[in-house]
Design a protein around this ligand. Structure first.
Ligand code: SF4
Length: 263
């Protein structure tokens, strides 16, 4: 089998309305170069390799190797919903660019069927990864997390140069809409100096709209299944007033901040 003919998937979620326009099928691909402490899909982290966890006393293999044809068969099940809602397929993770050849093949096959395509990414990989998928991607939901290099190194890794290069490549791509997204993680991404750096960065690129994704705790139980520590267990959710304050912070900088769905 050639590179990119099969990939490692840990979930397929149908009827999603959070990850791009309309009703979408989300393909969650294994592997992520980051270790965000707030990650709601910790099972995706690290290298692309099969993984098990223990749930209710049972050991479960949560990843599965699938061919492009097998993934396409899942995607095609909901074509009628995509057509009626303006939806399509979204590749998520983990970091779908860890399996860039496989991702490109799925996106290309989807576009060939007239199905709208999206990826969710942090772009924290060498530029060649995102370049493989951009020709077949209608929407890039691009997470901007921590802009300052030193702070990024301490928390999620030494990757700000890759993130910026990938982001700017996505912006420059023909026929691709980029939606910058900022996960609002208390104490990590929400310090005002970080939000200011993100505002300065997007403004420098002529961007006037971002999506903000308030912190949630939906993935916390997975850390128990993996027997991994979860350091944000007691971190409270942002209040509506705090989210509104952040919204107003961006508005004061002439950036519309759309409160959006899950990270
Ligand atoms: S980039 Fe996303 S999937 Fe990867 S560790 Fe961070 S939150 Fe988790």
């Amino acid at each position: 089998m050639a590179a990119g003919d099969q990939g490692l998937v840990f979930n397929i979620q149908r009827y999603s309305v959070h990850d791009g326009p309309g009703i979408r099928t989300i393909i969650f691909l294994q592997g992520c170069p980051l270790h965000c402490p707030w990650c709601s899909n910790p099972e995706s982290q690290g290298a692309v390799k099969p993984l098990t966890w223990v749930k209710n006393g049972q050991t479960e293999t949560i990843t599965k190797w699938l061919t492009v044809a097998e993934v396409m068969a899942e995607i095609e099940k909901d074509e009628v919903f995509y057509r009626n809602s303006g939806g399509g397929v979204t590749l998520s993770g983990g970091e779908c660019l860890m399996q860039a050849d496989f991702s490109a093949n799925i996106l290309k096959a989807s576009q060939a069927l007239g199905i709208s395509t999206a990826i969710e990414t942090t772009g924290a990989l060498p530029l060649t990864a995102i370049q493989k998928v951009l020709p077949y991607t209608d929407y890039v939901l691009f997470d901007l997390k921590i802009m300052a290099l030193q702070r990024s190194k301490q928390i999620i890794g030494d990757n700000t140069a890759w993130v910026k290069a990938s982001f700017e490549a996505a912006l420059a791509a023909d026929d691709t809409t980029v939606i910058p997204r900022i996960p609002l993680i208390p104490g990590f991404t929400t310090p005002w100096d970080n939000l200011q750096q993100i505002a300065d960065y997007v403004t420098s690129l002529g961007i006037r709209e971002v999506h903000i994704l308030p912190f949630h705790q939906y993935g916390s139980q997975k850390y128990d299944y993996l027997k991994w520590p979860y350091t944000l267990k007691d971190t409270p959710l942002l209040t509506a007033a705090e989210v509104s304050h952040i919204h107003d912070f961006f508005a004061a900088r002439e950036i519309k901040a759309v409160v959006s769905g899950l990270e």
